[in-house]
Design a binder for this molecule. Structure first.
Ligand SMILES: CC(C)(COP(=O)(O)OP(=O)(O)OC[C@H]1O[C@@H](n2cnc3c(N)ncnc32)[C@H](O)[C@@H]1OP(=O)(O)O)[C@@H](O)C(=O)NCCC(=O)NCCS
Length: 292
């Protein structure tokens, strides 16, 4: 059997032996004496080592570190591969740092939505009046992703900040149409609005949920906020069994983004909103819901 102090040196952090000690084993540095010096200190103190780590020779000691695993000298360290292959500490993503939570929107969020909608080029933005209409008429089809700013000791509790939103209405059409996107002039007085015999705006009972806006505050784009919100939205609608499909229009460069959630491209859209040039995308629930 080799000298335990030699084995400590072999396994100390920073040694290029391919093995990674546990993070709490870093404390073995004891103020960073050299490995040889540390080995001497531990050897004199009678601390036995197995593969570079202290043995648990005091069975009566109740204060056992949860991460501590005793490895007998006669045992093969290969029986404890997890000791050496522990995955690296989880690094928090930029999304984690927002401590995000999702919540339905309401008419009280109109100004927040107007701010988030700035993510779009001007001609593609949903107007304030449309937000008032959609969040008053069918708030259950919306979803917001919020972050709660840290509380400053001297200041009152901060209000959650809307980072991203999805706002939608229902239509009886299989795709998003310009009519579905319109703002009915008399929506406050009339439950239904027809123009030329066709429904305009939100159609209660329509089997298609037409998403009119998915937007993320520019400073929070590229942090998985949009995809997290969209996944959450799809999950909610699917689980609630409240629609046959979700439809959206998008420009070409975002087609793969929507396809990654299961939307299928249906080719060029007839929508002329914001100058046109859109692709119809549809996520069908029908088969899944019947079989589940
Ligand atoms: C499009 C948008 C909603 C995406 O949200 P996001 O939080 O920035 O995107 P995510 O971080 O979740 O991106 C996930 C993936 O989507 C794709 N993606 C995101 N934005 C993209 C873009 N502008 N072009 C192409 N692909 C894009 C990427 O593949 C990305 O993967 P990656 O992180 O490995 O690069 C957001 O950028 C936005 O609000 N844009 C302006 C408004 C808009 O165009 N809305 C869509 C209307 S159809």
């Amino acid at each position: 059997m080799s000298d335990p102090s030699e084995r400590l040196s072999e396994s100390m952090p920073g040694q290029d032996n391919g093995l990674k000690p546990l993070s709490n084993a870093d404390d073995l540095s004891l103020g960073n004496p050299s490995n040889a010096e540390l080995s001497r200190i531990m050897s004199r103190a009678g601390i036995q080592l197995a593969n570079g780590f202290p043995l648990d020779d005091d069975e009566g000691d109740e204060e056992v570190d949860e991460d501590y695993v005793a490895v007998g000298q006669e045992e093969d360290a290969n029986e404890f591969p997890y000791w050496f292959r522990r995955p690296p500490t989880h690094h928090r993503t930029k999304l984690d740092e927002l401590h995000p939570f999702v919540q339905l929107l309401s008419a009280s969020n109109v100004e927040d939505c107007v701010a988030v909608e700035d993510a779009f080029p001007e001609q593609e933005r949903c107007s304030r009046d449309k937000f008032i209409y959609r969040l008053s008429r069918c708030p259950e089809l919306s979803l917001g992703l919020f972050t709660l700013p840290l509380k400053d000791d001297d200041k009152p509790k901060p209000r959650p900040t809307l980072v991203a939103h999805i706002v939608a209405t229902r239509t009886s059409e299989p795709c998003v149409t310009d009519r579905a996107m319109r703002l009915p002039s008399n929506w406050k007085d009339e439950r239904w609005t027809f123009e030329d015999g066709q429904a305009v705006g939100h159609e209660e009972g329509g089997g298609t949920i037409a998403i009119h806006s998915l937007a993320v505050l520019p400073e929070h784009q590229g942090k998985q906020v949009g995809s997290t919100l969209m996944k959450s939205y799809i999950h909610r609608i699917r689980e609630a069994l409240i629609a046959d499909r979700i439809a959206i229009i998008a420009h070409d460069h975002l087609v793969p983004f929507y396809e990654s959630f299961g939307f299928e491209s249906r080719g060029p859209s007839k929508c002329q909103f914001g100058g046109g040039g859109w692709v119809d995308l549809v996520l069908e629930f029908g088969d899944h819901q019947e079989s589940s």
